[in-house]
Design a protein around this ligand. Structure first.
Ligand code: F6R
Length: 608
């Protein structure tokens, strides 16, 4: 969702801000704007729609002079994506400009109070109260005005502020929304995520909630909410610029699909030493582990689907009841969770609002918490007792691919590791599973190489109005992700269905118009799945099957086949999703969709 950038230095600010915003485009947005200090004034340019419009109005920033400014891409929550509602918002006297990510929950009360005091509101946004509060409280000290303003705000916010009376100075405020400071030489930056910074600097400062910072070209000073100066450590970002660029691929999504063997290797390899799984982030003692009597996996969207895969694998290997819960449901469900529960929270961004809320709810109930996260220093990573990072690198396409498969890789490692430590996975099986996990990057590459026909199949089926994905057991878990992948980027309706459930109602929808994608990789239930294939074929549906490459029987049953390399049954979901990611990608491409930025979607869902 919304993106924030800030720059102060000796080069023209507007082009730097626009390039930074470009790198944040993937987060999803529908309007954009910048505000730059120039000769005692604040110059503001805003547009609705994409950044191209802002680039056009400003000649790529060239006709906005000044060396210090803020920028924003807005994903509309309060008010339509109009120019007036776009950020930055400017105070009535023109002295302050503000950009904001998050939601000011008490904005209606503040708005009424400020209107009574004579402030004029131009937008429908919650953000505008912030700029008027700054104006209200300003008596010459920007720091004091910021502290008094922030003390009035409830909700989540990352703020960027400029004031025309403080040339060269930016203020950055963080509370429950991501904001990172970038440390340069004679120039400094802030941004809502590191991808906007890595072209300029890889030295960063992670702000904690309740902290704010003043940035000038020479200096960054960080304060706590009481205004006391803090000494913050500098961190080094491991991601590089190439990782955040398309590298010759037409779309980030395709690049990220192709990057999966490498991302899996980076995630798995450092955690297997001499045939043993070593999970440094996992902090439960043997006694604590023995005391766990249930595992709850919680997340949203694809991360939840990864958790759903993990549920089968963990229950199978650890012999502990495991359930996967949507974070948006768990947070309001009065769950039975206590100190004997291990809660595994999964999030690529580490900033998903519902996931954070569910994690807090589980912690409050005494659960042991473990996070599987991609973004270092993110809120989920900071809140959980232990963290296992997926080393997938930056994921730019809105539709996750390498994020999802690396999450499953961590769940595989965790399930085998815990099952072994609990004495429920015997040595021979342990060694075979560890070997199988280490082979996943290569299996994943094979899944890419095996399915060069994915584009042709997509061309054949891209005009289907609706699809069913069916499967059993782990195949069903993979169906959920395959179906989401297709619908989010191609806008074609699809449903994931447990194959055995079809005849309990939904088979009424099956006719010759339908394409049924039948996932038939789970060998123990192959025959059962084939019965379901026969049922839908008898009603006229076409069937595209997904099966392991040695499974020749499938060719007699299905109209078309996508292939998955041989693999241990428990480890199949990673190679299995690959042809289905490719299929979804090419269907969207044949339908002319905006693949990396699907309509209405945001990469990081930081509001409820
Ligand atoms: C779909 C997708 C989303 C995310 C979900 C959770 O392709 O990417 O469904 O998986 O919004 O996001 P994270 O993992 O950042 O918590």
């Amino acid at each position: 969702m919304c993106g924030i950038v800030g720059f102060t230095g000796t080069q023209q600010a507007a082009p730097v801000l626009l390039t930074g915003l470009k790198r944040l485009e993937y987060r999803g947005y529908d309007s954009a704007g910048i505000a730059v200090q120039h000769e005692g004034k604040i110059l503001t340019e805003k547009c609705s729609g994409y950044l191209e419009n802002l680039n056009r109005i400003t000649d790529n920033g060239k006709n906005v002079p000044g060396f210090c400014g803020i920028g924003h891409t807005r994903w509309a929550t309060h008010g339509a994506p109009t120019v007036t509602n776009a950020h930055p918002h400017v105070s009535n006297d023109g002295h302050f400009a503000v950009v904001h990510n998050g939601i000011i929950e008490n904005y209606a009360l503040l708005r009424a109070e400020l209107m009574e005091k004579g402030f004029v509101f131009h937008s429908e946004t919650d953000t505008e109260v912030v700029v008027h509060l700054l104006d209200l409280y300003y008596t010459g000290s920007l720091k004091q005005a910021v502290m008094k303003t922030v003390a009035r705000l409830e909700g989540s916010y990352a703020l960027g502020v400029v004031c025309d009376e403080h040339p060269g100075e930016l203020i950055a405020v963080k509370s429950a929304s991501p904001l990172i400071l970038g440390v340069g030489a004679g120039e400094n930056f802030f941004a809502s995520d590191v991808t906007a910074l890595i072209g300029h600097t890889r030295t960063v400062i992670y702000l904690e909630d309740g902290e704010f910072a003043s940035l000038t070209p020479e200096k960054i000073t960080v304060y706590d909410c009481g205004g006391r100066e803090l000494q913050k450590p500098l961190s080094r970002v491991m991601w590089n610029t190439e990782a955040a660029e398309k590298g010759g691929y037409e779309h980030f999504m395709l690049k990220e699909i192709m990057e999966q063997p490498r991302a899996l290797k980076a995630t798995i390899e450092p955690r297997v030493k001499n045939g043993e799984i070593v999970l440094e982030g996992f902090q439960l003692s043997d006694e604590e582990l023995q005391g766990i009597n249930q595992i709850v996996i919680t997340a949203c969207g694809s991360a939840y689907h990864a958790g759903y895969v993990g549920r089968y694998i963990m229950e199978e290997l650890c012999r502990i009841p495991v359930r996967a819960e949507l974070a948006s449901e768990l947070r309001y469900s009065n769950p039975i969770i206590n100190e004997h529960t291990l809660v595994i929270v999964i999030s690529q961004s580490g900033e998903t609002a519902d996931t954070i809320a569910a994690l807090k709810e589980c912690k409050a109930r005494g659960a042991r918490t473990l996070a599987i996260v991609n973004v270092v220093g993110s809120t989920v990573a900071k809140l959980a007792d232990s963290v296992l990072y997926t080393w997938a690198g930056p994921e730019i396409a809105v539709a996750t691919t390498k994020g999802y498969t690396t999450q499953i890789a961590i769940l595989d490692l965790l399930a085998v590791y815990m099952g072994h430590r609990l004495g429920r996975v015997e040595e021979g099986r342990y060694a075979a599973l560890v070997e199988g996990i280490c082979a996943l990057p290569e299996r994943c590459q094979r899944a890419i190489d095996l399915n060069t026909q994915a584009a042709a199949l997509a061309e054949a089926f891209h005009d289907k109005p609706s699809l069913f994905y069916i499967g059993r057991n782990l195949d069903y878990a993979v169906c959920m992700e395959a179906s989401l992948k297709l619908k989010e980027i191609s806008y074609i309706h699809s449903e994931a269905y447990a194959a055995g459930e079809l005849k309990h109602g939904t088979i009424a929808l099956i006719d010759e118009e339908q394409l049924v994608v039948a996932l038939a990789c789970h060998r123990p239930l192959f025959e059962k799945l084939i019965s379901n294939v026969k049922e839908v074929k008898a009603r006229g549906a076409q069937v595209l099957a997904v099966a392991q490459e040695s499974e020749r029987r499938i060719f007699a049953e299905a109209d078309q086949v996508l292939l998955v390399p041989e693999c241990d049954a428990l480890l199949l979901p990673i190679p299995e999703i690959i042809p289905l990611q490719l299929f979804a990608y090419y269907v969207a491409k044949f339908n002319g969709c905006d693949i990396d930025k699907p309509k209405n979607l945001a990469k990081s869902v930081t509001v409820e």
